[in-house]
Design a protein around this ligand. Sequence first.
Ligand SMILES: [Zn+2]
Length: 317
Amino acid sequence: MRERLRKFLSGMLKSNRVPYSILLYGEEGTGKRDLAFEFATAILCLNKSYPPCGACESCKHMLDFLHRSFEELAFYGEDRRGKSVYLYLRGDHPDFVYLAPEKAEIKIDQIRGLKDFVYLSPALSGKKVILIHPAETMNPHAQNALLKVLEEPPQHTHFILVANALQRILPTVLSRSFLLQVPSYTQEELKDLTGIEDPLLLELAGGSVNMALKLKEDKELLQTARTIVEGDTLSFYKKALEVEKWEQERQRMLLKLLRNIFHKRYVEGKDLRDRRLLDMLSAGIEYLSKGIRVGLLIFQLRGGSRYVLHKGKVSGQ
Ligand SMILES: [Zn+2]
């Protein structure tokens, strides 16, 4: 699957038909960013090869980029009031910038700040590339500003957007972009990438390197998921309350793991109740950052609405 996608990208490059805006999307931990960076390097490669030659001046700058820290690469500009603002990451390659959030969001000033880069002629590669990752961290103002740029695509410039959550990208931005789904890793690929041998872990990782590594290092995660799915009522209660206190990132991994477990169960049993739980978990993952109660969600997985989580205490109704 992955090779087919790379072949497709290679074909676009060779036939000189690389769209102005490409959006690579798929599950977290499926190598999207590496693929996007490789493709950006190939677009800029002076030998126009894919995979990139790795030896020309352009490729050397791109490789160097990968080895530098955020602090070394961070590029600043001025906002409308003349205040210094972080814009994007920029190394020694004159035709490449990497747009990433400084904290949680990519802001409108960062998109406005691209203009100086976008409307200059390429200096080394004959093309320019802007990689935006994670694209869903652009807030709606930033996305609308990007849309204006995409409506009148600047010559020689390609945008490569990388996203985990397509539903957070405005439909107008999606419609201006060429969408390509990056497939999840096969269990065999995961094994090679992570060195994990345990077939259960490989299966429950759901094709994500991040999840596979997390399951390997955080053993409690799988235990917690097991208790939630099949533990007795008392231990299940305790776990659900415990999870409420976890960091959000760990909660998110747990919900994803539960989703993988229910997915496995659904594929095996085709039980529509599991299908419903899957939808519930997907919504939970999506809304976690907006402050849903994760304990409540977990209670719903087991008992529907029979249990109410009230001020940190659980009571049956
Ligand atoms: Zn090259």
